[in-house]
Design a protein around this ligand. Structure first.
Ligand code: HEC
Length: 101
């Protein structure tokens, strides 16, 4: 009986990991990207800073996703979100470009 309960609890705890539901742009941003993009660390364009983002946005969404995935200058590949899907990264980028803080 006790063992079954423990197994059930363990299964419930493991669910979010195994299910791997897609995170929103805001969730990804707040867990990873904010570290640099909130304060402009190492020249990172700040979240919601339209002027800083304009020349980058001009390259197109595909180009931004490509550089965000491979990394650019001081930014590590995938902005340290190694388990992020392309969809999640794109959502995070959109959140960063559009969102006022
Ligand atoms: C360790 C710091 C750091 C983290 C964490 C980080 N970035 Fe960056 N990011 C940078 C820096 C620095 C630049 C500016 C690089 C340059 O052009 O010199 C940048 C630039 C970018 C650009 C513009 C790329 C281009 O082609 O101009 C995008 C898009 C971007 N980051 C997305 C993200 C996303 C999405 C995350 C989170 C998943 C993230 N970053 C996390 C430091 C970071």
């Amino acid at each position: 009986m006790k063992k079954a309960l423990i197994l059930a609890a363990t299964a419930a705890l493991m669910l979010p990991v195994t299910a791997n539901a897609e995170r929103s742009g805001e969730e990804v941003y707040k867990s990873k990207c904010f570290v640099c993009h909130d304060f402009g660390i190492a020249g990172a364009p700040k979240k919601g800073d339209t002027a800083a983002w304009a020349p980058r946005v001009a390259k197109g969404a595909d180009a931004l996703l490509a550089t965000a995935t491979s990394g650019i200058a001081a930014m590590p590949p995938k902005g340290t979100c190694m388990d992020c899907t392309a969809t999640e990264l794109t959502a995070a980028i959109e959140h960063m470009i559009g969102g006022a803080k």
